[in-house]
Design a protein around this ligand. Structure first.
Ligand code: B12
Ligand code: SF4
Ligand code: SF4
Length: 243
């Protein structure tokens, strides 16, 4: 079953018309793992348990689609998101949704039910918090640990996007590493803090509303593209990609 899932993700990511991605990562968690209950107290009581999304949930699958080095390096310069970053943001959101649809279609004839949430947009516009956090699910699935830039830093770095799916079949959980990159909320090189063009990401805290205002400004720069509420300067540092 894991092979079917991983092959499908790999094929869909490599089929992308331009080489804008690196190799995807996949991780698994037991849907009954107490960490999901813990997230209700860390994020808020409205954060859903896997079984509240799919009754009978047994596993959570998280996958990470890392951006190419060219896309990352090209977004370092300037105050605003590069056009390539904005385009890749739109393409990746569509790709994640398409992967989930195809996975569901592939698993259904095998008797496996699957539910998923969109990679973004399903969040409260006042609080800027979602009912299902892909980052936290990715952490639970062993894909990485939180960096100072708030992102999950994986073996492939942190510049990329996550998708998650919930299945009603049991899959062996992945081990959960403590720290993948030598950075956590209390240390690190501070590149991400220094590069933030609006000081939303600071040493001591993060102003999510200030960040969102900048993302919306970037959207206005590219009116010919779908919604590009993106920026990502803080995910272009030494933890952006590995190798
Ligand atoms: C709302 C939202 C935003 C908001 C708020 C951002 C935020 N930090 O939460 C805004 C619009 C500002 C935003 C901005 C960005 N976003 Co955004 N966003 C989301 C969304 C829709 C929900 C996030 C959410 O609800 N978070 C919940 C809150 C409560 O998280 P938090 O407070 O930051 O979490 C902290 C605590 O939980 C803490 N913690 C404390 N105790 C404990 C204990 C345990 C056990 C754990 C696990 C954690 C923990 O650690 C966390 C990190 O500091 C997700 C998609 C999704 N549905 O998941 C994407 C998502 C988080 N965004 C993403 C990205 C890439 C961005 C941007 C770079 C924009 C861009 N694409 O160019 C910026 C980065 C800003 C930043 N440095 O944080 C990616 C992250 C990828 C990654 N590598 O981790 C996501 C996952 C989208 C995706 N599908 O990949 N985003
Ligand atoms: S840029 Fe530096 S401080 Fe910021 S998350 Fe990456 S390694 Fe950590
Ligand atoms: S995405 Fe937000 S936190 Fe990161 S650099 Fe841009 S404005 Fe700052």
């Amino acid at each position: 079953m894991k092979k079917i899932i991983e092959n499908l993700i790999h094929e869909k990511v490599s089929a992308s018309s331009e080489p804008i991605f690196r190799q995807a990562l996949t991780g698994y968690a037991d849907a009954g793992d107490p960490i999901f209950q813990t997230l209700k107290s860390v994020i808020g009581p409205e954060h859903l348990l896997p079984a509240e999304i799919l009754p009978g949930a047994k596993s959570v699958v998280a996958f990470f689609i890392p951006f190419s080095k060219e896309i990352i390096v090209g977004n370092r310069e300037g105050e605003y998101a590069s056009r390539k970053w904005a385009e890749t943001y739109v393409i990746t959101n569509k790709l994640i949704d398409s992967i989930c649809r195809d996975l569901s279609k592939t698993l259904s004839p095998l008797g496996v039910q699957m539910a998923w949430l969109l990679p973004t947009y399903e969040f409260d516009r006042e609080k800027l918090i979602a009912q299902w956090s892909h980052r936290h699910a990715a952490y639970a699935c062993g894909l990485g640990s939180f960096g100072r830039n708030n992102m999950i830093i994986t073996k492939q770095g942190c510049a990329g996007r996550f998708g998650t799916a919930i299945l009603d079949t049991y899959l062996e959980p992945s081990p959960r590493p403590k720290l993948i990159h030598a950075c956590n909320r209390d240390n690190g090189c501070l590149y991400c803090v220094k590069i933030c063009p609006v000081q939303a990401l600071r040493e001591a805290d993060f102003d999510r509303h200030k960040c969102y205002q900048r993302l919306l400004e970037n959207d206005r720069l590219y009116p010919d593209l779908d919604l590009t509420d993106a920026c990502g300067k803080c995910v272009t540092g030494p933890c952006a990609f590995t190798g």
